[in-house]
Design a protein around this ligand. Structure first.
Ligand code: SF4
Length: 361
């Protein structure tokens, strides 16, 4: 029998320009590997193990130990030829049974909060983030009342002032997290639901999950199906967006809100997935990343960002890591005029950078 080496269907290879990653969508973990080994996995998809290894005579033992490592870690296995059709690829189509999957409310006005939450019910929205100046008994009573039979299952609050007791928080099962801007009051120390807002970082690398991976194939994972209600009740796609689409206080029915959401203007960023954006399309983390930077479109239809991400995929370095350099210093230009990559310069930088790292290891 001929043996094939194959990744499990839930373990998907994503190639970046310099590194690659195997995403394990069921166990929410990942395995980083260099592009040469990623190419090898592609070869295994086409041919039997013996066939692949015979064309890499000089590296047979290295390839065998690489395969064994992936098998030991549960990313892959050996299969016989007649078993291959028993392992079809995972379906990567994405949809969600809600007009809006997450709502951000930035308001201290209880009227705005309660009206939004009532409308959200008909949008079938499961998650709400509320940014408000104070969490007190009145607010928690309002949340309990409005959401008593609601489809909303997850609420997070960002606030500088917390003036309630543990018991009052615990009474609201939908309230999952309170992010505090100020110091955590001593009585709430060690209380699981209270976290400091400082824990939030601009780029938080996500673990791979099936829903995010499938959504990211054709959608922007931050702007897609999001709605923002601002301080005065203004309606936007997200807080980062400039465009406003009326005011929640002026709406008489959820149908009016649904009409706003259905417009191509409101959904302008929903389909700008990372594969369309400069730099991100070269990044191996593009299917596990929730990046909130606004993308901008050039006249030729291509997309770019005005600020840099914390991760540079051309040298595989995060900003806080030794050896990190910003894009412009390594020969990558991305702005309103176009996108260019100085491949020779990047190759020279990588050679130096990673040679130094392996010497220091
Ligand atoms: S470059 Fe940054 S923002 Fe773009 S996909 Fe990679 S991690 Fe995400």
């Amino acid at each position: 029998m001929t043996s094939y080496f194959k990744l499990y269907a839930n373990c998907i290879l994503v190639k970046g320009i310099n590194n690659s990653v195997i995403y394990d969508l069921f166990l929410s973990r990942y395995y980083v590997l260099p592009i040469e080994l990623a190419n090898l996995i592609n070869e295994f998809e086409e041919s039997s193990f013996d066939c692949v290894i015979s064309s890499h005579q000089d590296f047979q033992s290295e390839i065998t130990s690489f395969c064994n490592e992936l098998i030991n870690q549960g990313y892959a296995d050996w299969f016989e030829e007649d078993e291959l059709e028993l392992y079809p690829n995972v379906n990567l189509e994405w949809d969600y049974p809600a007009h809006i999957t997450n709502v951000v409310i930035n308001s201290n006005n209880h009227k705005v909060i309660s009206k939004t939450l009532m409308l959200v019910e008909d949008l079938l929205t499961p998650a709400v983030l509320l940014r408000t100046n104070k969490v007190d008994t009145n607010l928690l009573v309002l949340l309990n009342k409005v959401l008593e039979t609601s489809i909303v299952s997850h609420i997070e609050i960002i606030t500088p002032i917390l003036s309630v007791t543990h018991k009052e928080i615990e009474r609201n099962m939908r309230l999952k997290t309170i992010w505090l801007g100020n110091k955590i009051p001593s009585e709430f120390k060690n209380y699981a639901k209270i976290k400091s807002i400082k824990e939030r970082v601009y780029f938080k690398q996500k673990h791979p999950v099936y829903e995010l991976f499938t959504e990211s194939q054709a959608h922007h994972t931050y702007f897609n199906r999001k709605m923002y209600i601002g301080v005065k009740g203004e309606i936007k796609n997200a807080p980062e967006c400039k465009e406003e689409f009326g005011n929640i206080n002026d709406l008489e029915s959820v149908e009016e809100l649904k009409q706003i959401i259905a417009t191509s203007e409101f959904q302008k960023y929903w389909f700008v997935h990372k594969g369309l954006c400069d730099v991100c399309k070269d990044c191996e983390f593009r299917h596990m990343c929730v990046d909130n930077r606004l993308p901008y479109q050039r006249k030729d239809g291509s997309w770019y960002h005005k600020t840099e991400c914390n991760y540079n995929p051309y040298i595989c370095k995060l900003k806080e890591e030794e050896g990190y350099q910003p894009l412009v210093e390594i020969g990558v230009v991305s702005n309103e005029n176009g996108f260019s990559i100085d491949h020779e310069k990047i190759a020279a930088i990588n050679k130096m950078l990673w040679k130094e790292e392996s010497e220091n290891a």
